[in-house]
Ligand binder design. Structure first.
Ligand code: KG4
Ligand code: ZN
Length: 340
């Protein structure tokens, strides 16, 4: 069995996977309520919460899986990118366990966790992973499209400023909706109708050949429009719903625009599968639009189960399993807040 540990942001998560990728248990202690009064993640609080929850979760994971330490053959841990203090708690914990048990430790790039997560089992059934696929990682910290071949994920674009989830969160905070903003905006948008005339969100203008994302313009536009229309969480609910529907559409339009740019540039033979991962992949409207985009091109679209969209340790253990060899001396693992 492989033990996965994830502590890069505001979720402490521990998972146990069989060597064939079956998830035996995937426990998540969310800190959302702790950070909510501050409208975003407070790094120092995150570190302390991880410290408090990590080892009790490890013990519970073993109990839930009916496993003992003898069953754990290796440990996978998120080593970056993320909050440095938060990462340190997970990595130091994993180092101690691996060293004490005399088993290998595999440091995992959190983004690779998301990249491969759509191939985690679905309702207990394994999903065959093709050699090559395109993966969109859309989360609170990242917005990138990856061309994945075998073990290698090549980043094709990135955001020049805010990540898509961060844009959801910041605009939601401005209008007084609780953290995290993505699910809140989605909930209000369900009651609204997108209207680009009434809420004209600006689209970023780049040189014709750049496929990068940029969300700061939409963010600034959203804040200006919210002010002009006197929108707030306690105000006119229909106006707020229409605003949320239009804002969400504008964010996703840019995503599909970039996907359209990247697609024809890929070297043939083209991938036959496109996957979407990261917290924003939990969004129902995005999921529907993605399925339609793929269907129009006869592509298979894979979306992770919603519980594997946001941060979790199952995807970290699973990413470690995608590599033939990633184990290192536990004492040599270092954390990195940013990974290019
Ligand atoms: O992957 P994740 O848990 O953490 C990072 O690695 O960043 O993603 C969290 C992000 C937050 O910005 C949150 O607002 C967004 O995912 N999110 C959503 C939805 N659920 C979570 N955004 C849009 N719609 C959702 N339903
Ligand atoms: Zn994440």
């Amino acid at each position: 069995m492989i033990l996965g540990i994830e502590t890069s942001c505001d979720e402490t998560s521990v998972a146990l996977l069989d060597e064939n990728g079956a998830v035996r248990t995937n426990l998540i202690a969310s800190q959302i309520e702790r950070h909510q009064p501050f409208g975003g993640v407070v790094p120092e609080i995150a570190s302390r919460e991880h410290l408090q929850h990590l080892f009790p979760l490890v013990a519970r994971a073993l109990r839930d899986a009916g496993a003992s330490w003898d069953d754990v053959e290796r440990i996978a841990v998120t080593a970056g990118p993320g909050l440095i203090g938060a990462l340190l708690v997970g990595v130091a914990g994993a180092q101690g366990l691996a060293y004490g048990l005399g088993i290998p430790l595999v440091p995992v790039n959190h983004l690779e966790g998301h990249v491969f997560s759509p191939y985690l089992q679905r309702e207990g059934v394994a999903i065959p992973r093709p050699e090559r696929f395109l993966s969109l990682v859309i989360s609170g910290g990242h917005s990138s499209i990856y061309d994945v071949r075998g073990e290698t994920a090549t980043m094709l674009n990135r955001t020049r400023d805010d990540a898509i989830g961060e844009t959801f969160d910041k605009v939601a905070k401005f209008i007084g909706l609780p953290y995290p903003g993505g699910p809140q905006i989605e909930k209000h948008a369900l009651e609204g109708r997108a209207d680009r005339q009434r809420f004209p969100f600006p689209m970023p203008q780049f040189k014709a050949d750049s496929a990068d994302f940029s969300y700061s313009g939409i963010k600034a536009g959203a804040i200006r429009l919210a002010r002009e229309h006197h929108l707030s969480a306690g105000g006119d609910p229909q106006a707020l719903a229409d605003f949320c529907a239009t804002f969400q559409d504008a964010l996703f339009d840019q995503l599909f625009d970039r996907l359209e740019m990247v697609w024809p540039r890929l070297a043939a033979p083209l991938p036959s599968e496109v996957v979407v991962a990261g917290g924003v992949a939990a969004n129902g409207v995005l999921r529907e639009r993605m399925m339609a985009w793929g269907a129009a091109r006869q592509l298979t679209v894979r979306l992770p189960e919603k519980r594997y969209c946001t941060d979790n340790a199952a995807m970290i253990a699973f990413a470690a399993m995608q590599r033939r060899d990633g184990a290192v001396d536990p004492c040599r693992v270092t954390v990195r807040s940013r990974i290019a």
